[in-house]
Design a protein around this ligand. Structure first.
Ligand SMILES: [Fe+2]
Length: 297
């Protein structure tokens, strides 16, 4: 493999990438990863992000994340090629990272998960703002999410969540009544909240019984929030309560003050089974509303 670099070009920096702007103008959501466009500054941002996260992952991440990270053979110094990531990932769980140009509507996002595809941002944050970024970037998506996708039990949860939304959409579409769209939106919102408090910000009891570990990618891609989530007295950490989670609003622009704990992957899988049953019985069709929509990935 080669690492050709367009060091003098504008690069693929979040919110400053002409390639992405053109793709959006052309209405292209699923794109290729134009690896040659990454600048040296882009690779340097990846290198610095990775170097400072590594000791924190070893201290705070769940064992499955560390195993997944090792299995992907990521280069700590260069932005990964999705083809290389998929070479190692697909062989383990059948999941694949697919490049997208930006925000993926919820129905499309969950449809991808149902096919074991993970919509993946290919830009990387500006090196001057390593700490906070409202948009997802390739460090969040590949270093934060994808190592967990190498775990078979976790990959199954992710695929089942996607299938849950697909099935809910089919069920609501086949039903009658003027409130059909509202019921569909409610179900999608409930599952998105489940996703948020598990896949993005989940905590798990350590396999050896020694405290808690993070498995949520929003935590695993944040140098500051990973430690904060497990050690700050300002964070409320509660045993997972499905009814509460699907009705729980959240905000994306600050550290999460409330997190939920699962006992392990068997517990997470059992929760998804309960969620699937709730979809079939129409019990997600009237959850608490949000003031605004929220992004996934
Ligand atoms: Fe994410």
């Amino acid at each position: 493999m080669t690492n050709a670099v367009n060091a003098s070009g504008p690069g693929l920096t979040t919110t400053k990438a002409p390639f992405i702007e053109q793709a959006v103008r052309d209405g292209q959501l699923f794109i290729r990863q134009p690896y040659e466009l990454y600048s040296e500054a882009n690779h340097d941002a990846w290198r610095r992000l990775y170097a400072r996260m590594l000791p924190r992952w070893r201290e705070f991440a769940t064992d499955a994340f560390i195993r997944g990270l090792d299995s992907l053979c990521l280069d700590p110094t260069r932005i990964p090629r999705l083809d290389d990531v998929n070479h190692y990932l697909a062989a383990q769980t059948g999941f694949r990272a697919v490049a997208v140009s930006g925000y993926v509507p919820a129905a499309d996002f969950f449809g991808c998960l149902a096919r074991r595809e993970f919509p993946t941002t290919i830009t990387i944050r500006d090196g001057a703002t390593l700490d906070y970024l409202p948009e997802p970037d390739i460090f969040h998506d590949i270093a934060g999410h994808v190592p967990m996708h190498a775990d078979r039990a976790f990959a199954d949860v992710l695929q089942r969540l996607g299938a849950c939304v697909v099935r809910a959409t089919q069920l609501v579409s086949a039903s009658a009544g003027p409130d059909r769209e509202a019921r569909a939106a409610s179900t999608e919102r409930a599952i998105a909240r489940f996703f948020w408090f598990t896949i993005e910000f989940g905590l798990m009891r350590a396999a050896n019984g020694d405290g808690l570990r993070a498995y949520g990618s929003g935590l695993l891609s944040s140098h500051g929030e990973l430690e904060h989530s497990l050690q700050s007295p300002d964070v409320e950490r509660l045993p997972f309560d499905l009814e509460r989670v699907i009705n729980q609003r959240f905000e994306i622009d600050h550290y999460q003050p409330l997190l939920f704990i699962v006992d392990g992957f068997d517990h997470l899988n059992a929760l998804v089974t309960t969620l699937e049953r709730a979809v079939d019985e129409g019990r997600l069709e009237n959850v608490t509303a949000d003031a605004a929509d929220f992004p996934l990935t």
